[in-house]
Structure formats: structure tokens, C-alpha cells
Design a protein around this ligand. Sequence first.
Ligand SMILES: NC(=O)c1ccc[n+]([C@@H]2O[C@H](COP(=O)([O-])OP(=O)(O)OC[C@H]3O[C@@H](n4cnc5c(N)ncnc54)[C@H](O)[C@@H]3O)[C@@H](O)[C@H]2O)c1
Length: 341
Amino acid sequence: MGSVPLVIFCDADESTRSYLEQHRVRDVANCIIFHECLNDLGSETLRQLSGAEIISTFVYSNLSASVLEKFKNLKLIATRSTGYNNIDLNYCRKHGIRVANVSGYGEVTVAEYAMGMLLNLTRKIEFANNKLRNGIVKVEDDVGIDLCGKTVGIIGTGAVGSYFAKLCHAFGCNTIASDPFPNQKLVDSGICKYVDTAALLRESDIVALNCPATDSNYHFIGSDTIAMMKDGVYIINIARGELIDPMALYEAVVAGKVKGAGLDVLDYENVIIKNDMESVKSSDQSFALYSLANAKLLQLPNVIITPHIAFNSKDAILKILKTNTQIILDFIDGKPVTSVI
Ligand SMILES: NC(=O)c1ccc[n+]([C@@H]2O[C@H](COP(=O)([O-])OP(=O)(O)OC[C@H]3O[C@@H](n4cnc5c(N)ncnc54)[C@H](O)[C@@H]3O)[C@@H](O)[C@H]2O)c1
């Protein structure tokens, strides 16, 4: 580690910037803060930053091998998120770069958001509000369903999924779950029971995704798995966009098989969120197809899409920034840092 290490903060919004301005990480490191994604910085800027030893990032940046190879001194990537599927872990493994995330910060924040999305969908809150703004009152179109008594299937019961299970239980739902590592406390306290994923898909009125995206579950929700679900199922995804095939979901919603979907994340979400046309230009055909499907989903009245903001509460942002900067300080001080690889 250099005497005053260079630390890049990318994807940094105003709250990150003002937090860092007061923070003592500035006393021990040369901190350069960018609003942009790392991969959007021009080649000259990247060249000037090539000596960086630490990068603090968020989910919008794509830390592919071609970006990371520009940083020959890189030792740590500290992401201000739980998920890290936007980072090329194989490259990091090969080059001895540690990768640290912020896990568990969002159990309440993200689960509350998922519940908000679910209530919004099942009670047609945004739908009715939008009609009213246009002077249309037709309450027969606004009929929803109660959550009490419905079966909610939760895929992934880590920090967020477990808290979401508790909320569903409090609403009187029959809560079932699948996870390779079941949470026995949830079972013992009668909050949910575990079933295999196929049974969960068959039995649930609502399917909620709360697991990470990996190579093996890419587009896990696609035409085959949707066909296994009940007619009129609701789908909630606050986890990662790569879990759902957007084209298959669009077709299922239009066909009425899926009654509604709440999506805080999308496959190729940066095209919509960051207006990332550069990646579109350099992409393959499936990229264009899924981006089109996202645009079509956005037009459907029974689909709610938000720009990856389930984490976005003041309370959670503070926890994220505290943890992220502590990881960086510990690393600079030579203290142990938990790495995901
Ligand atoms: N939208 C947002 O703003 C936002 C914010 C925080 C987290 N997230 C995402 O939400 C997800 C959950 O976050 P978390 O903090 O609970 O993570 P976590 O690591 O605490 O829990 C993930 C759980 O998923 C389980 N799992 C892994 N693969 C699975 C599979 N194939 N099927 C079923 N379960 C599986 C794991 O065993 C674990 O229990 C992550 O994908 C995370 O990136 C999104």
C-alpha cells in the first residue's frame, strides 16, 4: 500500500459526496470522487487514475476485466452494495484483488420496500392514482386482493428474505420459502416452512425473489418456470434483474398468466437507469431484445418498475457508507477485511 493510497469512489451521488467530505478516510487517503460509473470514465481519466489501490463502487458500474486491467496496483474493491455480480470475480481472484461488500444492511429497508411494492400492486394504488390524475374514476377497475390468507413464496431467506417473511407472516399470509441454507429460526417460530423450489412455484399466489444472481440461476424465472406457477400469480423482484427473463415475463403479463409484477431491478437495467447507450451499441442481439422487453414492461399498467432503489432510505445509506468507509480504513490500516472471494 502506498504511503497515501489513491482511492476512487465511483457511482457517488450527493449523499456519498457529502458524507465523504466530513469523513476521516480523507485524512489517510487521496480520495477521488466521481458521480459517473467507473466504466464511463474516459480513457484519459482512467489513465490518470491507474495507480488506484482501492475502488469503492456501487451497482451501476461494470467492473469487467477490460476495466479492471487498467488498474495495475488495485488491491481492494469495496462495493457499497450487497450484490457484486457486476464485478468480474475471476479476474479479481487471478490478480489477488480483494472484494468486500456490505451485507445485511438492508434487511428492514429492502423488505419494507418489497412489501410496499406488493401492496401497491395487489391494491392497485398507483394504477388508481394515475387514473384519478387523468380525471377517471372507475372503481370497478381498481378491485384488488387481500394479502391475508394468500401463499407467499420467498426464494432466498437471507437478511432481506427473512425479514420479508416476518412481514408477510404479520399480514396473515401463508409463507413458504426455498433456500439452500434454510433459516431454522423462521421455521421454529412458525413464520415460514421450507419447500422445494418447484413446489414453491406451484403453490404460491405471490413469488418474491430475494436471492443473489449467479451464473446458474440466470433467467431462472422464464417461460418454463412461469408455466409452473398459478394463473394470476404476482411476482416481486427486489434482488437482481438477471433472475428474470424480461421477454418471458412481458408475454406472461400480457397473457394474464401473471397478474402483476413489481420490479425494482431489471436485466440490463442500466439502459433505462443510466441511459447507457454505449453498451447497447457494443452489445449482442439478446441485449437489444431484453432492453425492448424492459421498455414494453414499463408500459404495462399492472407492472411497477423502479430504478433499483429498494436500498434507498436515509437510514440504510448511512449504514452503507459507515460500513464501506470502515472497510477501507481497516484495509489501509492492515486490519483483516472480510472478502467475498
Ligand atoms: N434492490 C436493492 O436495492 C437491493 C438492496 C439490497 C440487496 N439487494 C439484493 O437482494 C438480494 C438479497 O439480499 P440479502 O441482503 O438478503 O442477501 P443475503 O446474502 O443475506 O441472502 C441471500 C440468500 O439467498 C440464498 N440463495 C442463494 N442462492 C439461492 C437460490 N438459487 N435459491 C434460493 N435461495 C438462494 C442464500 O442462501 C441466502 O440465504 C441480493 O441479490 C441483493 O443483491 C437488492
